[in-house]
Design a protein around this ligand. Structure first.
Ligand code: RP5
Length: 175
């Protein structure tokens, strides 16, 4: 939340509600870091006026980062980036026909001057973490939460490698 306005700092938008099972990962990880987000379905193709309006008003509405997910001819992140100076993180959504390669290329291959920070196909969790890292600039408490998150990942992996060494790979696979 923006402590001055009480409004969310991150906007999570997606081209269809069919993207929600992936995009919810961004909202969930942001919540883990204590950041509220607003979640909306807005399409660059089906609701172009509303998608552009959202991007144009995002800054005055108190948002700091926008995460935009779409699949196929995935133009939502790009159109959003073209209409705001806020950082835009693009999430290419996996597709039936081309497994999300179409989404990845159409999200990432932006023209010079209009960047979209593109994460992996279905990488909504990383989009949320990246948004938190952007917001953490000048926010030592949030920085600390991000540091602890990384520390926990390290601990978890080291515990796994220790167990693997203890019991061997065959027992590890059968556990
Ligand atoms: C894109 O088309 C959406 O982002 C979604 O990934 C894809 C399919 O949309 P639906 O037909 O499921 O609504 O615009």
């Amino acid at each position: 939340m923006n402590s001055a306005t009480g409004s969310p700092l991150v906007g999570i938008i997606m081209g269809s509600d069919s993207d929600l099972p992936v995009m919810k990962d961004a909202a969930e990880i942001l919540k883990e870091f204590g950041l509220e987000s607003e979640v909306k379905v807005l399409s660059a193709h089906r609701t172009p006026d509303q998608a552009i309006e959202y991007a144009k008003t995002a800054e005055t509405n108190g948002l700091k980062v926008i995460i935009a997910g779409a699949g196929g001819a995935a133009h939502l992140a790009g159109v959003t980036a073209g209409n705001t100076v806020l950082p835009v993180i693009g999430v290419p959504i996996s597709t039936k026909a081309l497994k999300g390669i179409d989404s990845l290329l159409s999200t990432a291959q932006m023209p010079p001057g209009v960047p979209v920070a593109t994460v992996a196909i279905n990488g909504a969790k990383n989009a949320g973490i990246l948004a938190a890292q952007i917001i953490a600039e000048g926010n030592p408490e949030l920085r600390e939460k991000l540091r602890s998150y990384k520390k926990k990942m390290e601990k978890d992996v080291l515990a796994k490698t220790e167990k693997l060494a203890d019991i061997g790979y065959e027992a590890y696979l059968n556990q």
